[in-house]
Design a protein around this ligand. Structure first.
Ligand code: MN
Length: 351
């Protein structure tokens, strides 16, 4: 395993250091990455609760781009995460990043943070193996399937209680990143953490409804268009979402959430990618269907990163960067033996 990061065994010690730093701070800001997912929102809410339990009220808790998609509002029903006034950040003496592989992923927050970096203490809690360890205090546990899973251990180490609403937020994070305990990153420890949260009163039915089951009609229409365009490039299955498609179906860009995982289920695919048009080019999601393919490395070739089985990057506007990207990925997948897509993986995941 990756030795430069932390393991679960390091959590009690670092949780203590975190408590000391939080108690010493006067003004705390909590931030997570732009384009939040359930783990980002859940872990930000988790940290907010840790700070409060230690007698500190953070001055700001925010998504990097200040936006919370409607599907995730249930994790933060009181809208504690969004706060559009940037001034509190400028006076924070402690900034805590959660689920953020590097400090530049926090969108608009990153720019504000940049000017404050040297004047404040930074805590970095994450589970991405590509984490740059940008904090003064780093708690990066790649063995954890979600940042929320790490936080369950932090609450335990600090002997802080988890109320039902908080249990729902943390379990939503773990469920979001593991697609409901289904990804290869799911371990017995992930399941135990979720079992603890369920016992603490997590609202499982709500989590499954919001994250996986319910969707607006526009999502059904958008997915239909994207699925109809799915095609092969060698062993890669890929599709595209253009702004035209969003406009035609009335869907928001966040409604593509989960689509790339669906594409990764196409029989015979070694990897799947969804290429989505943005205001400044393309946002690319990559999924690996086999332990033989590490998409965080493939995404790294284009300046991106993530996890071995789920990663992303950005491409310049126009069709040419897309074609180059597809050719490169397909070329890399082509180097693998034919049976690499169907090898049993259980042994490789143990421990
Ligand atoms: Mn995560």
């Amino acid at each position: 395993m990756n030795t430069r990061h932390e393991t679960f065994a390091d959590i009690p010690r670092l949780a203590n250091d975190m408590r000391t730093a939080i108690k010493a701070a006067q003004r705390i800001a909590i931030a997570t990455h732009a384009r939040v997912d359930a783990d980002a929102v859940g872990s930000a809410i988790g940290l907010l609760n840790i700070c409060r339990a230690l007698g500190r009220e953070p001055v700001a808790t925010r998504a990097g781009d200040y936006e919370l998609p409607p599907t995730l509002e249930f994790i933060d029903p009181d809208r504690q995460l969004i706060e559009n006034d940037t001034t509190p950040i400028l006076s924070a003496d402690l900034v805590i990043f959660v689920d953020c592989a590097d400090e530049h992923r926090a969108g608009a927050f990153s720019k504000t943070f940049e000017s404050r970096k040297d004047a404040c203490t930074t805590i970095n809690i994450d589970h991405h193996v590509t984490n740059t360890r940008f904090g003064n205090l780093n708690l990066v546990v790649p063995d954890a399937a979600a940042t929320c899973e790490i936080l369950v251990h932090v609450f335990d180490a600090l002997e802080l209680p988890i109320a039902p609403d908080l249990a729902t937020a943390l379990m939503a994070g773990a469920y979001g990143d593991t697609l409901g305990l289904k990804t290869p990153s799911t371990t017995p420890a992930t399941m135990r953490a979720c079992a603890d949260l369920y016992e603490a009163g997590a609202y499982l039915d709500l989590i499954v409804d919001k994250l996986f089951r319910k969707k607006p009609m526009s999502t059904a229409h958008l997915w239909g268009e994207v699925q109809a365009r799915a095609s092969w490039q060698g062993r890669l299955v890929w599709s595209i979402v253009t702004n035209d498609m969003l406009e035609r179906t009335g869907a928001e860009s966040s409604e593509t959430e989960g689509l790339v995982n669906f594409l990764a289920g196409v029989e015979g695919a070694f990897a799947a990618t969804l290429i989505q048009e943005t205001s400044d080019g393309w946002r690319v999601s990559l999924r690996s269907t086999t332990a033989a393919v590490d998409v965080s490395q493939l995404a790294g070739h284009f300046g991106g990163g993530g996890h071995p089985r789920a990663a992303g990057c950005r491409l310049e506007p126009g069709r040419e960067p897309v074609d180059e990207f597809l050719a490169y990925i397909a070329g890399e997948l082509d180097k693998l033996p034919d049976d690499a897509g169907s090898r049993p993986e259980h042994a490789a995941q143990a421990g």
